[in-house]
Write a protein that binds this ligand. Structure first.
Ligand code: UGA
Length: 448
């Protein structure tokens, strides 16, 4: 919304949330206190805030006054009831629709920005109609394709903007209104208009395809390890085929983030609900391989400790689900660490951006064992301190932070118990360089 405000100074954008702490952080004078860490965001907020961009907790006032409302609330995977563990929980979207219907007195365009299952707009329409028969609401689907860490660039120069709407005169008029907002900075050929269902399904499909590429390359990393092929070479070779392309072919300890798993589970649920069991099973395999990649990485560490009688102590470098963000949702680091804790291994953790409290929160969330987590896990502000407290033979790299490449690995080696091992869950370090220092280097998809 900040970019929309920045690019359209004549449009007043009000961002509303019931959470007063969040809104006060968005209004904070110190731009370092914005609730989201995203390179470039503070500049955009600074350009527009107070001019035509406002943050407020007065939800009803702004519903009443606005002509267009974007619903951008969470749609997490359901944890109970029908569809538990798969379907998207639409309770926040539904609550927004009800509130909008109750407050509105003039015609409005409602834009689904949250990622939702296909045909959610039908449900929104029903709720609006049920609670307000006087106002004409037009529903649009306008999914978000930005990735964390590059969000500002993705918004500034989007590959495409997708707008789905009804194929009626009113629907077309609504599409045009949103089209005009984006066309103030996005080339017209990059703004795609579709029907509502295509737009909703395209969002889930885009994330499923991206995740599928990662699981495909990760599954092959295991094959490389037993055949002598090198996954980095395979990835480069196939990526040079212009039909395949080279993005999202980087092997890893497993994809994380708030979207891939949730959206695939959602896709699987929809397919299964429609009786398309083979389709559902096909997409579900992406999640199966992702969990397998995390587990086999963890198991390699526990087996090594057992077979070589090493210190039951591992340093974890990186907790965020990818570099340049402090977001940890579904991060592979959480699952690998939980596996190691369950194997009674102590962890010393360092991440350049993630706070100590978040790390304990993430672990407690999945294993509900606060006491054991506190006992087994220590979190440090500097990577080098992780190695001073207790002697360790193993470092596991779980996020691809650039700073890991800059470290003085000779100094790190000196501090460690020998033999010293690096398990590189992102293939970010140079094998030869580490081996010349004395490390045993275990990357992904490489001959061991
Ligand atoms: C993803 C999509 O890329 C966005 O297009 C989409 O808008 C967003 O989800 C969303 O639905 O909100 P994001 O989750 O921010 O964006 O991050 P990605 O860059 O896609 O990375 C996801 C995970 O895949 C990370 O854990 C990353 O480390 C991993 N990854 C990515 C790999 O393991 N290998 C790769 O080659 C690329």
């Amino acid at each position: 919304m900040s970019i929309i405000a920045q690019k359209n100074p004549d449009i007043k954008v009000n961002v509303v949330d019931m959470n007063a702490d969040k809104i006060s952080a968005w209004n904070s004078k110190d731009l370092n206190n914005l609730p989201v860490y995203e390179p470039g965001l503070s500049k955009v907020v600074n350009d527009a805030r107070g001019r035509n961009l406002f943050f407020s907790t007065d939800v009803n006032k702004h519903i009443y006054e606005s002509d267009m409302i974007f619903i951008s609330v969470n749609t997490p995977t359901k944890v109970s009831g029908k569809g538990k563990g798969y379907a998207a929980d639409l309770k926040y979207v539904e609550a927004c629709a009800k509130q909008i219907a109750e407050i509105s007195k003039n015609d409005k365009i409602i834009v689904e920005k949250s990622t939702v299952p296909v045909r959610t707009s039908e449900k929104i329409k029903e709720i609006l109609k049920l609670n307000n028969t006087k106002v004409n609401f037009q529903i649009l689907s306008n999914p978000e394709f930005l990735a964390e860490g590059t969000a500002m660039r993705d918004l500034e120069i989007p590959d495409r903007v997708l707008i789905g709407g009804d194929d009626t005169p009113e629907g077309k008029k609504a599409i045009e209104s949103l089209y005009n907002i984006y066309s103030s900075w996005v080339p017209e050929e990059n703004i795609l208009t579709t029907n509502l269902w295509s737009s909703e399904l395209s969002k889930l499909t885009a994330n499923a395809f991206l995740a599928q590429r990662i699981s495909s390359i990760n599954s092959l990393s295991e094959l490389c390890e037993v055949t002598g092929a090198d996954i980095e070479e395979v990835s480069k070779a196939i990526g040079m085929d212009s039909r395949i392309g080279n993005s999202f072919l980087k092997t890893s300890v497993g994809f994380g983030g708030s979207c891939f798993q949730k959206d695939i589970l959602n896709l699987v649920y929809i397919a299964r609900s429609e009786g398309l069991y083979k389709v559902a099973d096909y997409w579900e395999q992406i999640i199966v391989i992702n969990a397998h990649q995390r587990d086999r990485f963890s198991k390699k560490i526990t087996s090594l400790i057992k077979n070589k009688s090493l210190n039951k102590n591992v340093c974890i470098f990186g907790w965020a689900f990818k570099k340049n963000t402090n977001d940890t949702r579904e991060s592979a680091a959480i699952y690998v660490s939980d596996y190691l804790i369950r194997s009674n291994i102590n962890l010393n953790v360092y991440d350049p951006k993630v706070k100590r409290s978040q790390i304990y929160f993430d672990l407690n969330y999945i294993n509900k064992n606060d006491a054991k987590n506190k006992r087994c896990v220590l979190v440090y502000d500097r990577h080098i301190d992780c190695l001073e407290i207790e002697k360790t033979n193993i470092i596991a790299i779980l996020t691809e932070w650039d700073e890991f490449k800059e470290y003085d690995w000779g100094k790190i080696y000196d501090k460690m118990s020998k033999p010293a091992y690096v398990f590189d869950g992102r293939n970010v370090l140079e094998k030869e360089e580490l081996e010349s220092i004395g490390f045993n280097y275990i990357g992904l998809g490489r001959w061991i």
